[in-house]
Write a protein that binds this ligand. Structure first.
Ligand code: ATP
Ligand code: MG
Length: 389
């Protein structure tokens, strides 16, 4: 039986004049990602994208998984394609949904008829299909208020479709429709989640990672690239710029007061990230900071690190508890990688008593002991770029 995926658009249907731009982007994203697994035709109509397999054995399961990770789609229905003929619709509904209906006792049928030329009205179609299903599956009871399964019939322009309802999509806005953001990506739990949350709002992502070899290992870097690879499954191709950070860290360790180590290090990160962002056409930075989670994330500390960049710094997890962040990390598939034990550069030279209430004067005083510009130039010169997805 011929199947198709019906991908339902979310918020973008509300976007007035921008709607066209959003739909074009969504179409391109779907084409691009599906091309990697098989031969599919994608076309959009009435706030739905149709993903039609062009080969007998096109991988529908994989296509479904891909569509569920495309931002801008709120739901994906895997449906049987029917002729626009009530008999074909009834028979296909019974056959196609056999497994689903076999496992429940109550159901109802809901019909959407966007082709008003079809001879029967929506309630008539639902009644016909419902009657047929009750005959074929005598154990089923129609239940209008709270059915275990809602069989859906959609009568559209060229075909009718039957399915058992949508599975949730990724939601949000199509990748790239909100601009580009540079994610400061560590190997921790928070920054991949932060990147995902902003990508969900339509940002295309770049990543920057600060790497302190040999204080942090090649495995630690690989872990970050693996995280980026998971993110790329949601937000498309993603280039990670790996910045050599060892010299900066040893200079800070050798010359600055210990309780200011982390803050000064974070100011370097923000400055370098902004330079990388400018070079890669990004309009904002993204971090996984969460208020007061660690010493460098008090408001005073964030103030001193924020002061070094002009770009907006988006911190989507700032008000979230760790548990809330972990729930998202599990959902998006980054958690298992994030909890691998390799050390991040932040923990290499951690002071025993980090400053939680730094002042700007003290920060500047400590920083004057370093050749900030030269260290930044040197780091930018040594970057390595890795593209995932
Ligand atoms: P995460 O779980 O994202 O590592 P965290 O709670 O460990 O966050 P910090 O280590 O203080 O907090 O880092 C705060 C933010 O700074 C991170 O969320 C990330 O955006 C950025 N960051 C920290 N370390 C690095 C690094 N090595 N490379 C790139 N960005 C980093
Ligand atoms: Mg960290």
């Amino acid at each position: 039986m011929k199947e198709i995926l019906l991908c339902k658009c979310g918020e973008l249907v509300l976007k007035g004049l921008n709607r066209r731009k959003f739909e074009d982007r969504l179409q391109k994203t779907l084409n691009w990602r599906l091309k990697k697994v098989g031969n599919f035709k994608v076309h959009g109509c009435q706030s739905t994208f149709y993903v039609e397999p062009l080969d007998e054995n096109a991988p529908m399961d994989e296509a479904m998984e891909i569509c569920r990770r495309v931002f801008g789609l709120v739901g994906v229905c895997r449906a049987a394609v029917c002729e626009k003929d009530i008999r074909d619709i009834k028979e296909k509904a019974a056959l196609y949904l056999k497994d689903l209906l076999g496992g429940v006792r109550t159901y109802k049928v809901e019909t959407k008829r966007s082709d008003k030329r079809f001879a029967l009205t929506s309630p008539q179609i639902s009644r016909e299909v419902g009657g047929y299903l009750s005959d074929v599956y005598p154990h089923l009871k129609p239940h209008m208020d709270d059915p275990q399964v809602t069989v859906r019939v959609e009568v559209r322009e060229n075909y009718a479709f039957v399915h058992g309802g949508p599975v949730p999509g990724a939601g949000g806005l199509p990748t790239g429709t909100s601009g580009r953001g540079m994610l400061l990506l560590s190997g921790g739990i928070d920054s991949p989640v932060a990147g995902w949350m902003m990508a969900k709002r339509g940002l295309e992502l770049g990543g920057v990672h600060f790497f302190s070899y040999p204080y942090t290992s090649q495995e630690a870097k690989q872990k970050v690239l693996d995280l980026a690879d998971v993110l790329a499954k949601w937000c498309g191709k993603l280039t990670v710029t790996v910045v050599p950070f060892t010299h900066i860290q040893t200079e800070i360790r050798d010359k600055c007061k210990e309780d200011y180590f982390t803050l000064i290090m974070r100011r370097f990160m923000m400055r370098i990230a902004e330079q990388v962002a400018i070079r890669q056409d990004c309009q904002c930075l993204i971090t996984g900071e969460s208020l007061a989670q660690v010493a460098s994330q008090t408001v005073q500390a964030i103030n001193t690190t924020n002061a070094v960049c002009d770009m907006p710094v988006l911190r989507p997890v700032i008000g979230m508890d760790k548990e809330e962040i972990i729930t998202i990390a599990r959902r998006i598939g980054t958690m298992d990688i994030s909890i691998l034990p390799y050390e991040d550069c932040c923990t290499v030279f951690t002071p025993k008593h980090p400053q939680t209430k730094p002042t700007m004067e003290k920060v500047l005083e400590e920083e004057r002991k370093l050749d900030v510009e030269a260290l930044i130039a040197e780091a930018l010169e040594g970057v390595e770029k890795v593209t995932l997805g």
